[in-house]
Design a protein around this ligand. Structure first.
Ligand code: NAP
Length: 514
């Protein structure tokens, strides 16, 4: 029988009591490891995290916890090669795509370590200015932010087993809040291994980090009033979570990162052959193929002026045709697999839905697979679709196909483009391309109300821009509306989620002493 991975709860490694779920190599179809969380004493484990982990973390200053994050990032850095092997086997990703997850995690930790050091010896944060509550100024109000006494539960999606953990854990631990992570079952191995390495290295106090691999049963029931819950995954699961008593009755603070129909827009005025046009084509193609399109931030809708529909289709098709798809172990392969047969079916079903109103401009099914058996491997080539009547189309604005698929959408003018972009009902990111800085700035501000992030690509920044889909720890991640309404990262803003804000009203002498 293949190895059953242990859970880490209550400061101990504990195996589930059932056979568990088998994790599978999505390219070769081989069985890798099993995970199971049956029979864990979650109430006791969560209490241990709050009481032991929380207390030990909060005894330290922000500066000391920042050093801890640095130590965590060094542990992960020293085991990078093992993580790449797990990612190839369990996620079916090529090296560059594994890097987005693994090196992205390490970079995010290192960034929070740096940011945290700037907070120094403090144990709580001041918020805003002192306000006078009495005419003579002898009674004042001062807001403070204090770390919550609860724990942070992370329920994560399958596509970022490394970054998905650490982009949340870095600000939580820096805030002094212990974390419990429940990775998505299909790719739980990498998360479990990273937690194991960090626990074994002894760089965090007991109870500061726990991992539950396997089913989610009972996790939300074990949450208490001062805990926080950060969820990344589908809108359906998000809705179930919002209705749970922990959220609805016990006011557990919740952050939701759900699905999103992100857009890229080429503003009018930059013809094929221009630097802006070329940068746009390059980014769209990259976004379609990185991690086989399994990125919550990936470009799903590609907006172009009507007159450029055919030229854009040709330019993207030319690049997509060169994408070699298959087994990530083969050096020539640029795009690996989807994560599971279930995801492959979901992508095929989603494509069928989109095709009811869109034309196929480049068919991913026509890509031969390199070193991979199509009957076993969860690989699929990139597909570009197009809708010539975007006002009549609905599915393209509504249905997220979580794979290497994007749809070309023509617009008449910028007002029309913005109206169509907003039909995504709130997204994580929109990117704008062009060379008219004034028009780009105006459009960026206009679209900021329905996006967590607006990424602007101009010829002047082409060589250094961070990429449409790359989530940088310095910038906000999350989006309004159907994207879940959440907020993560954004530098030290991320700490807000793990702190409680309170107003202290007192004589200025007391306020001064705070
Ligand atoms: P999912 O099916 O909703 O699963 C997400 C997580 O929720 C998994 O850990 C899953 O565990 C767990 N879960 C399932 N049912 C649950 C329940 N009733 N109570 C508590 N937890 C439960 O989503 P997915 O298919 O893994 O992820 C794909 C989706 O995530 C896409 O729509 C994508 O857009 C979105 N996503 C968003 C972001 C973002 O930052 N906004 C990032 C990545 C992905 P099991 O695996 O054990 O079922």
């Amino acid at each position: 029988m293949i190895e059953l991975l242990s859970n880490y709860m209550g400061g101990q490694w504990v195996q589930g009591q059932a056979t568990g779920s088998v994790l599978v190599d999505p390219v070769l179809g081989t069985e890798l490891v099993r995970v199971d969380s049956t029979g864990l004493d979650l109430a006791a484990g969560f209490a241990f995290a709050r009481e032991q982990g929380g207390k030990a973390l909060q005894a330290l200053s922000y500066g000391a916890r920042a050093q801890m994050l640095e130590a965590v990032s060094k542990v992960l850095q020293s085991r990078r090669d093992a993580y790449y092997e797990i990612a190839t086997a369990n996620s079916g990703t090529v090296k560059n795509d594994s890097a987005v997850d693994i090196d992205g995690a390490i970079y995010t930790l290192a960034t929070y370590a740096k940011l945290g050091k700037s907070l120094g010896d403090r144990h709580f944060l001041l918020d805003g200015e002192v306000a006078s509550l009495a005419k003579d100024g002898l009674f004042q109000s001062r807001h403070v932010q204090v770390p919550t006494k609860g724990l942070a539960l992370f329920i994560n999606a399958f596509n970022f087993p490394a970054w998905g953990l650490w982009e949340k854990a870095a600000p939580a631990l820096l805030s002094g809040v212990p974390v419990v992570v429940k990775p998505a079952t299909s790719t739980a191995w990498l998360t479990q291994r990273m937690v194991k390495d960090v626990v074994d290295a002894g760089v965090l106090p007991a109870g500061a980090i726990s991992v539950v691999c396997g089913g989610s049963a009972g996790l939300l029931d074990a949450l208490e009033e001062f805990d926080v819950l950060s969820f990344t995954g589908s809108a359906d699961t998000a809705a179930t979570i919002r209705r749970h008593g922990a959220v609805a009755e016990r006011s557990v603070r919740v952050n939701i990162e759900a699905d999103s129909i992100n857009s890229a827009v080429l503003l009018p005025g930059d013809a094929p052959g221009s630097l802006a046009f070329d940068a746009f084509i390059k980014e769209v193609t990259r976004e379609m193929t990185v991690k086989s399109g399994q990125k919550c931030t990936a470009i799903r809708r590609v907006f172009i002026p009507e007159s450029l529909y055919d030229a854009t289709a040709e330019a993207i098709k030319a690049r997509l045709a060169k994408v070699v798809v298959g087994n990530p172990r083969n050096e020539s392969v640029r795009m690996g697999a989807l994560v599971s047969r279930a995801q492959l079916s979901a992508v095929e079903e989603g494509l069928a839905r989109l095709k009811t109103e869109a034309e196929v401009l480049h068919d991913g099914a026509a890509h031969p697979l390199v070193d991979a058996d199509p009957k076993i491997a969860c690989c699929v080539g990139p597909t570009l679709l197009g809708v010539r009547q975007p006002d009549q189309a609905t599915t393209v604005h509504d249905h997220e196909v979580f794979g290497p698929v994007a749809t070309l959408v023509p617009f008449r003018d910028l007002t029309h483009a913005q109206m169509l972009v907003r039909r995504g009902r709130g997204s994580l990111v929109v990117s704008l391309y062009g060379s008219d800085n004034q028009a780009l700035a105006r459009t960026a501000v206009d679209l900021a109300e329905s996006h967590g992030r607006v990424h602007v690509g101009t010829p002047d920044s082409a060589a250094v821009q961070s990429g449409h889909g790359n989530v940088m720890p310095q910038s906000l991640h999350g989006g309004p509306g159907r994207a879940g309404g959440g907020e993560e990262l954004g530098g030290l803003r991320a700490l807000n989620f793990y702190h409680r804000r309170a107003a202290i009203q007192a004589h200025p002498d007391v306020i001064q002493a705070i």
